[in-house]
Design a protein around this ligand. Sequence first.
Ligand code: C2E
Ligand code: MG
Ligand code: MG
Ligand code: MG
Length: 280
Amino acid sequence: YEAKKHRNSVRIFVPAMQHDYLSKIQIEQRLRNAMNNHELYMMYQPKVDINGTLKGVEALVRWENAELGFVPPDQFIAVAEAAGLMPELGQFILYTVLQDMVQLQQTLQVEFPVAINISVKQILREHFVRDVLHSIDAAGMARNQVILEITENVFIDDMDLVVDLLHALHVAGVSLSMDDFGTGYSSLSALRRLPVDELKIDKSFIDNILSEEDARKMVQSIITIGGNYGMSLVAEGVETAEQAALLHAYGCECFQGYHFARPMRLADLQAFIQAAAVAG
Ligand code: C2E
Ligand code: MG
Ligand code: MG
Ligand code: MG
């Protein structure tokens, strides 16, 4: 297939397609139009305590294209990064999420933090810090209610610059969360150099926590590290009550996963919060 001929091409598998592979170019072209065509939208997944009480939400982007069908975010984000589309896409996500959250929180008269995933290609864009702060302030959201989720791969590029920029955001009142913690090559040095407020224990550990002693030890170690640094801990991808109970016994207080709630549209999040308020 065409993409094979090019050394730097990325081949993407899209399950919805009949022919198996799409070239990076095909995705890239459609992605450029996706923002204008309203094919991109946000879902919000609740973060809860052991009783299911809402602690915050994570914003997760979705893309549905007429020809390609549903393209998973880890696939098209990678294409957007490689194609130089990430600054624009990231700004679109930030803007959309802030509008959604301000609207929802005003309607329901509740306040909770929103977590937004940030790609390193966004951080390295000119005026990133200024633009983020301006977007938050202009939307009318409190800075301390915004959590930026980063992964250790922020260190792949210019490490010193990334560290400086993230410190500047933190000093200005924005929170930082280390996503997929424990899966990268430099988890611990990343922690040492960045002003991280929250650790998200990667789903791969949670998946095996009931069956594997090694996964249990790793999760306990991560919880200890987070505790020692005064960070909040979030368990990602919690799918059963047994997993949640064990994590809670280990000292984890915040959970995200299908057992509690799936990512949902804004209107469904509103209903979810209202139902919880009635029940409470
Ligand atoms: P992530 O930030 O680690 O997000 C968590 C992923 O786990 C989400 O997948 C979520 O839907 C999924 N998940 C949550 N609970 C469960 C569970 O109990 N079981 C299972 N099987 N999955 C669960 P999603 O939405 O497909 O996103 C995948 C990745 O794509 C994200 O990982 C993040 O790295 C990236 N991503 C998603 N949205 C954005 C965005 O707006 N901006 C950026 N830069 N990256 C994004
Ligand atoms: Mg995340
Ligand atoms: Mg994660
Ligand atoms: Mg992930």
